[in-house]
Design a protein around this ligand. Structure first.
Ligand code: SF4
Length: 413
């Protein structure tokens, strides 16, 4: 094979062939029905409201499609996925059933590609891989199917440009998340490129205070130690925070990303003065439009909050966690990983009540109101519609409400 034939970024032209199969596996007649009725429908004494934007985003749609195309294109080859295709247990389970093997990262986030050969096919997920991992895979010479989302590539370009111009990339994200790791690694396209990752406003304060040299700020050593795992090797806060450019993991809370960018700017003004700050600071909103639209739709819904809000999506899915976090500020919110968290037999629900991806699940009984109530539903960008439909059917079933559906739908068990 020539070099061109071992690297694919645009699928294999099989989208049309794959569509009926993918639709059959991930669509939901119930969800489509509610959508067609203006995102609201009533079942017995339960009024259901769907967020106006929810579920699979364009990047996930594309990644899932390419994975199916890959299986179709290379029926005789061993196919691997670097990590998870997306953060959804059901979709990943389907990948396994199709014969795709997963290469999981070790505790420090690194991948072991030593078992791969030139004959294998490797799918890169929607959040991308680090520059180092990409180079390793290219070096092996295996066939690469790259599903990295265009919105992620857009952030990479921004981060690379910061590094090229001598600016340290300040990334609002989770340093353990594949996407943030891959984004941060883009600075390595330049010699001496630097990055630092801040998780949230609370952690950002250490950075703002240090830049502005505010009273009580961390010492240089304390700063280095606190951000050691979250910054480029040899990061020196005295030298590397003179010129900074802000970016973010695409699935963070948009309002927090904007606020962090403003705080960094404020700190630069304090340090360099208004007229010089502009030449030391750059910013560019890199939340993807799909994440933004899902967060906006939930904010809209919360203008008149439902009695109970159900948020469906992987517990390690960043955008789902942020949707749940938003909803919790307005109403009783249940973040479930999958429809199976709702037990029709005993009426209980398993859910994650906190923002942190590794926070534990809790089991709750008697979680549904006694009388008529309004149920709001949304789902993260990696949740297929059939799982949304199935979750709703399970809730209705607990209430003893039967729904007639012509199309195959995940029935409560
Ligand atoms: S959430 Fe945004 S960046 Fe991530 S895959 Fe979807 S569209 Fe792309």
């Amino acid at each position: 094979m020539t070099t061109e034939q071992t690297y694919f970024r645009k699928g294999f032209g099989l989208k049309k062939e794959m569509k009926p199969l993918i639709d059959a596996e991930y669509q939901s007649a119930l969800v489509e029905r509610i959508r067609a009725r203006g995102y609201t429908d009533t079942f017995g004494d339960v009024r259901v409201r769907l967020a106006q934007e929810f579920g699979f985003c364009y990047g996930v749609d594309r990644a899932v499609d390419y994975a199916y195309e890959t299986v179709h294109q290379f029926p005789d080859k061993t196919i691997y996925l670097v990590g998870e295709i997306i953060h959804n247990p059901h979709v990943n389970q389907r990948m396994t059933e199709m014969g795709i093997s997963f290469i999981y990262p070790s505790a420090d986030g690194s991948f072991d590609f030593s078992g791969l050969t030139v004959d294998d096919v490797v799918i890169i997920p929607a959040f991308g891989v680090t520059l180092h991992d990409f180079d390793t895979l290219r070096g092996i010479g295996c066939i690469l199917v790259d599903t990295t989302c265009g919105s992620v590539l857009h952030v990479w370009k921004r981060v690379e440009s910061y590094a090229r111009d001598g600016f340290t990339a300040v990334i609002h994200g989770k340093y353990t998340h594949e996407e943030s790791r891959a984004t941060a690694s883009q600075v390595n396209k330049q010699v001496d490129g630097k990055y630092i990752i801040v998780r949230d406003m609370e952690e950002g304060r250490f950075l703002f205070d240090y830049i502005a040299a505010r009273p009580g700020h961390l010492t240089r050593e304390e700063f280095i130690s606190r951000f050691e795992a979250k910054s480029s090797p040899g990061f020196d806060p005295d030298a590397d925070l003179e010129f900074v450019g802000v970016a973010n993991q695409t699935t963070m809370l948009a309002s927090e990303s904007i606020a962090i960018g403003m705080k960094v700017h404020e700190a630069m003004v304090e340090r360099f003065g208004e007229e010089h700050a502009a030449s030391h600071f750059r910013s560019f909103g890199t939340i993807c439009s799909a994440t933004q639209e899902r967060q906006d739709a939930v904010e809209d819904m919360m203008q008149s909050p439902p009695d109970v809000m159900l948020v469906i999506g992987g517990y390690n899915s960043s955008n789902t966690n942020h949707l749940a976090h938003l909803c919790r500020q307005y109403t009783r919110t249940y973040h479930v990983e999958d429809a199976g968290c709702i037990d029709v037999e005993n009426g209980s629900i398993r859910h994650k009540p906190e923002l942190h991806p590794t926070a534990g699940e809790v089991l709750e009984s008697d979680w549904l109101p006694e009388g008529p109530f309004e149920l709001g539903i949304t789902a993260g960008a990696s949740t297929p519609n059939n799982k949304i439909g199935e979750a709703l059917l399970r809730i209705l079933s607990i209430r003893g409400i039967e729904v007639e559906l012509a199309a195959a739908e995940g029935q409560p068990t």
